[in-house]
Write a protein that binds this ligand. Structure first.
Ligand SMILES: *[C@@H]1O[C@H](CO)[C@@H](O)[C@H](O)[C@H]1NC(C)=O
Ligand SMILES: *[C@@H]1O[C@H](CO)[C@@H](O)[C@H](O)[C@H]1NC(C)=O
Ligand SMILES: *[C@@H]1O[C@H](CO)[C@@H](O)[C@H](O)[C@H]1NC(C)=O
Ligand SMILES: *[C@@H]1O[C@H](CO)[C@@H](O)[C@H](O)[C@H]1NC(C)=O
Ligand SMILES: *[C@@H]1O[C@H](CO)[C@@H](O)[C@H](O)[C@H]1NC(C)=O
Length: 720
């Protein structure tokens, strides 16, 4: 019986359907929302240019300033001026500033190490053309200097105390911003680091007022509108369950806050703060509560036609938890709005924090920028001092993180944005570079769709800093993909432009990198910053979907080598895909299921394979269920068919009916693989008892079956 079935020409059709179904399923799987991350590991094969200063000691590098052609790097006792193109140092404008011997001796006496007792430059601003303000830790005695830059020489004009402006410890997480002739700083104002403050001479947050600041780590500060915004994380005062929890915050002060009346003279009258919500939505949202870094404020279009100002943040889980990191974006309108909501209030210690009812809020509303804050009523100033916390957290854009990384090897630490990169079709996308605490930089593209469901694609993951050093800071350099990566002891200029590494259209389009497009004329994957406008019509790009079908031109289809993937092969296919992407590293064999180890060169390819596998598993399951259903359908059909054959009146021509029926069908359907003809097939098998005239069948069978294997001989045998 089985033999009969196998011999049947129908088996071809069955096979054909199966293949078609699988092909449809596999391509459906390509259309379904892609939650996976595109990972290309380029393991340290990237060429980078390194600047290590005087490499004999820790430098605690920090980028102080950047202009079109140079970056200013603050380090140990020096400011270095580097060309942003090739990282060559402009030695003429190097500034050297050592702590005096008396000061560094005092520092040693207080028990600090020799490395601590140095002057780490933390702040630089050009206050006026040719006038520079520079602050350093100055051996745990923060100090600022005004320099004049005349005839290529820097000369000290005056020296002032830097307490409250510059940190004592070069590792302290401080921030400062200069706006409208004034320096706003968020740091600590004592040797031991126990007095955090947000300061602009002479206003400061209250000394040891835990409602205002509670063991904060400051991340960034930006001017926006009438305000200066500060981003930081701190121990949450409103969390009254046992244990301590850290929340991320955004705080603001008015630029023209002049302090309050009388004894409030040196306090802020506008200091307010609120929580930043970066969470995976659900009944019990999962929070990423510890902000590590923010971008600048960026203006752009995200899904709608209206342009908005947003800021990207990196937020992580606590350091004692599983390493989870997320990128959340915040719309500045949402930030402003949460400062317009209710204030939070606690009646007594251990009581819950509740929103303050509207009638208890004084007029004018505290926290607004007023003409002269010194004229405010005392009850007004008192209210804001005791109610600095807002009820509503700032929601993340799209209500959820743009990207989540859960990883045993690293957390995200820093972010910088190449904003609103224009594509061939004049769409715009933000390209983000994200640093990790083990020396990697991810290149990420934020793809918001009209539906406001942002889909973020990781284009590449690159090891930049050796020995797993943490990335502290990132800056964009000129040229698509150029990024300055700051570690504690060295700074590198890296080019994360992967266009030329893509060998065919499929790879180029699939990358979804707004920097790259396939040039059909030159047949290369080009970087768009190297194209003149008039050639744009030769370019193929699809950032939204990475849809390779746009590549279907004769020469490209040849290169694409279309293949039908049967479910069992999916895992292998993932492996080979990564292998392809990473062919420089032929020593790496990304065999599936291998340990996810982090070797010295930071090779993490196996992790990447694993991540993909995890993601594919659910889909593979889905495919297998569908295939199983189809197979059982077919089996049922075959059994039914066999039964119908069984109870058939015995035929005079024992072997022929199979062929005849088949041939008749071919005549009806015209093509081998016509889906629509299938129901007819079934009908026909059941109904067509009298076989059609033999002769026609013979011809048709010859025509048709030559293309097929195996059956041909049998058919011939039957008729000869
Ligand atoms: C590094 O610093 C040491 C001590 O300050 C000095 O002797 C040496 O010349 C410096 N090296 C370079 C390359 O600047
Ligand atoms: C750094 O060097 C560049 C190029 O010579 C120069 O234009 C710029 O003013 C320098 N910056 C500082 C702060 O000296
Ligand atoms: C500053 O932030 C980094 C990164 O989150 C953290 O590892 C470090 O401990 C912080 N520094 C201080 C002095 O708290
Ligand atoms: C944070 O956002 C999530 C989802 O958008 C929401 O469910 C949750 O209630 C928010 N949490 C706070 C504290 O606002
Ligand atoms: C928005 O989402 C719906 C379903 O979720 C989809 O049908 C529609 O095509 C989407 N619109 C756009 C412009 O992406």
């Amino acid at each position: 019986m089985l033999n009969a079935w196998r011999r049947s020409a129908r088996s071809h059709e069955v096979l054909m359907y199966l293949i078609i179904i699988i092909a449809v399923v596999t391509s459906c799987h390509a259309w379904s929302p892609d939650n996976s991350q595109k990972v290309i590991n380029e393991i340290s094969k990237l060429r980078t240019i390194k600047f290590a200063g005087n490499a004999t000691y820790p430098d605690h590098f920090i980028i102080l300033n950047q202009d079109a052609h140079s970056i200013l790097l603050g380090g140990r006792n020096h400011i270095y001026n580097l060309s942003v193109y090739d990282f060559s140092e402009i030695k003429d404008s190097r500034i050297e500033w050592q702590s005096s011997e008396a000061i560094s001796e005092m520092c040693s006496v207080k028990g600090k190490s020799e490395d601590d007792c140095q002057n780490y430059i933390r702040i630089y601003v050009e206050t006026e053309p040719g006038q520079h303000l520079i602050c350093g830790t100055n051996s745990y005695k923060p100090c600022c200097r005004h320099y004049a830059h005349v005839n290529g020489k820097y000369t000290v004009v005056k020296e002032v105390e830097g307490i409250g402006v510059c940190p004592y410890n070069p590792e302290h997480n401080s921030t400062a911003v200069y706006s409208k002739g004034q320096m706003y700083s968020a740091t600590v104002a004592d040797f031991s680091g126990g007095d955090p403050l947000i300061y602009r001479q002479p206003q400061r947050t209250e000394y040891s007022d835990l409602k205002q600041l509670n063991a904060p780590n400051f991340v960034s500060s930006v001017p926006y509108g009438d305000f200066i915004f500060f981003f930081f994380r701190e121990t949450a005062v409103e969390y009254i369950n046992c244990g301590k929890v850290i929340y991320s915050r955004v705080a603001r002060v008015c630029k023209d806050d002049k302090g309050g009346p009388h004894q409030f003279r040196n306090g802020w009258t506008t200091f307010l703060k609120t929580r930043l919500n970066c969470s995976v939505p659900g009944e019990y949202p999962f929070y990423f509560d510890e902000i590590q870094s923010t971008s600048e404020i960026i203006e752009g279009k995200y899904g709608t036609d209206l342009s908005s100002h947003i800021i990207y943040g990196i937020l992580t889980t606590p350091s004692n938890a599983i390493g989870g990191s997320a990128i959340c974006a915040y719309n500045m309108n949402d930030v402003l709005e949460s400062f317009e909501g209710s204030f939070k209030h606690q009646d007594s210690i251990n009581a819950n924090w509740l929103p303050v009812s509207k009638d208890k809020v004084p007029e004018p509303r505290p926290g607004q920028c007023v003409r002269d804050s010194r004229l405010l009523q005392e009850n007004h100033v008192n209210f804001i001092k005791t109610h600095p916390l807002m009820e509503n957290a700032v929601p993340a854009m799209f209500g959820k993180p743009l990207l989540i990384r859960v990883n045993f090897h690293y957390r995200l630490t820093a972010v910088v944005v190449d904003s609103q990169v224009k594509t061939v079709n004049d769409e715009v996308f933000d390209v983000l570079y994200v640093g990790t605490d083990n020396g990697r930089v991810l290149k990420v593209v934020n793809i918001p769709t009209v539906n406001e469901t942002a889909k973020t694609v990781v284009i590449s993951e690159n090891v930049i800093l050796p020995n797993g050093a943490a990335v502290k800071q990132l800056k964009i350099a000129p040229g698509f993909g150029s990024v300055v990566v700051v570690g504690r002891d060295e700074v590198r200029l890296a080019k994360l432009n992967h266009c030329s590494a893509q060998r065919n259209c499929r790879e180029c389009v699939h990358l979804q990198d707004p920097h790259c497009a396939w040039n059909t004329r030159l047949e290369t994957c080009i970087s768009l910053d190297e194209v003149r406008h008039n050639t744009k019509r030769d370019l193929i790009q699809d950032i939204l979907r990475g849809d390779e079908s746009k590549c279907r031109s004769p020469q490209d289809t040849r290169k694409m080598s279309p293949k039908i993937i049967v479910p069992n092969d999916i895992d292998n296919d993932i492996g080979s895909e990564i292998e392809e992407d990473d062919d420089d590293d032929s020593q790496d064999d990304p065999s599936v299921g291998e340990e996810c180890e982090d070797s010295d060169d930071g090779n993490n390819i196996n992790c990447a394979v694993k991540q993909k596998l995890v993601i594919y598993t659910a889909e593979t399951l889905q495919i297998s269920v569908i295939v199983a259903a189809v197979v059982s359908l077919l089996l049922g059909f075959i059994v039914g068919y066999i039964f119908s054959r069984r109870f058939h009146p015995p035929s005079q021509y024992p072997d022929t009916p199979f062929i005849e029926q088949r041939n008749h069908l071919e005549g009806l359907s015209g093509t081998q693989s016509n889906f629509l003809s299938r129901p007819k097939t079934i009908n026909h098998v059941i109904n067509s008892l009298p076989p059609p005239p033999k002769k026609d069948n013979l011809d048709a069978s010859k025509d048709h079956n030559i293309a097929n294997d195996g059956t041909l001989q049998k058919i011939k045998k039957t008729y000869i």
